[in-house]
Design a protein around this ligand. Sequence first.
Ligand SMILES: Cc1ncc(COP(=O)(O)O)c(C=O)c1O
Length: 392
Amino acid sequence: MNQLYDFDRVIPRRNTHSVKWDLMAKVSREPDLIPLWVADMDFPAPPEVVEAVTRRAELGIYGYAVNPDSYFEAVGGWMKRRHGWEIRQEWLVHAPGVIPAISMLVMALTAPGDRVVIQPPVYPPFFDVIRKNGREVVENPLVLRHGRYEMDFEDLERQLEAGAKMLILCSPHNPVGRVWTREELLRLSQLCLAHKVILVSDEIHSDLVYDGYRHIPAASLSEEIAMNTITCISVGKTFNLAGLQTANVIIPNAEWRRAYTHTLHALHLFIQNYFAGAAVVAAYTHGEAWLSQLMSYIRGNLDYLTDYLAKHMPTIKPVKPEGTYLVWLDCRELGMTAPEIKEWMYRKAKVALNEGSTFGKEGEGFLRINLACPRATLAEGLVRMERALKER
Ligand SMILES: Cc1ncc(COP(=O)(O)O)c(C=O)c1O
């Protein structure tokens, strides 16, 4: 396939009101820091999306918006083509983001004090949406076996037997990069069914999967599982549109859909972002070629990272990802304490990766790196890390 998109182009993002670039520089007081942390990309969205958003901007009147009629066709078509799952229009409910959706699901479908299971090390807001809503976090940690993370089903069964109301699955998994297999998803879903536990499947990374792996929506496994599963999807990660703050929640169970919608209305969060409807339609209708080239480019970055670490920083071991543009780095052999890692990373190397401990105590001694940047940016970040490590 011809390379149509220039992912090598470095687009300056400093002073663009960016969390990744500007907020980190401000908080760390390191203005020259290279940010390889928060999950957004240093690439522009597909040209068709930029065009659709620009057309909206040019109207100049930014009033309340409704989704275009083509919205469902675009979302449903994407799910069917890319993930082999046919969804019904009435199952689809709006959210102003996947994490707001999960928080509202916790509010709508569990009661204060209820136990909610997550699988750390995992995306930090999973802890927040449970704790900040006054529910109890139950941890079913993943297990690292021969360089690959797996679910601990025996522990999960014990946790579910002790009583839980909901399980929040990260599929594919951030930060460990697993794309769960049909067998794993079936076993997990069946355990949830058997113990009457609602399965909330965060599938925000589902489009970002490397060749040789296939994302399976948990709810597509069977009708019975679909009725016990709520799926959250979004264009935010796939097409780098996180700032538009929009997501879709797929809820086949009518009773749960009513409960979620009630909370969405109670919080008055049901109105779509002015730019998002057009962006979602453009992305899901025209974004496939761009996405495929994006994943080839990120694959190249992954190979670059893997080779570089092996040659120059062999004590840092990347956990091979199957999906997502994030890589979980095992830094335990560096033998540094958490404050030493911070000092090396922010002050000496002047790069920002995510600290593993923020993903749960299992993440201590790990870092998460974001590969969604031009190779030159990644290369500069790695050189800085290596140099600072040698100077220690
Ligand atoms: C697993 C996971 N869920 C949700 C989000 C955030 O989604 P949103 O910005 O739509 O709330 C992220 C962002 O990195 C993520 O990794």
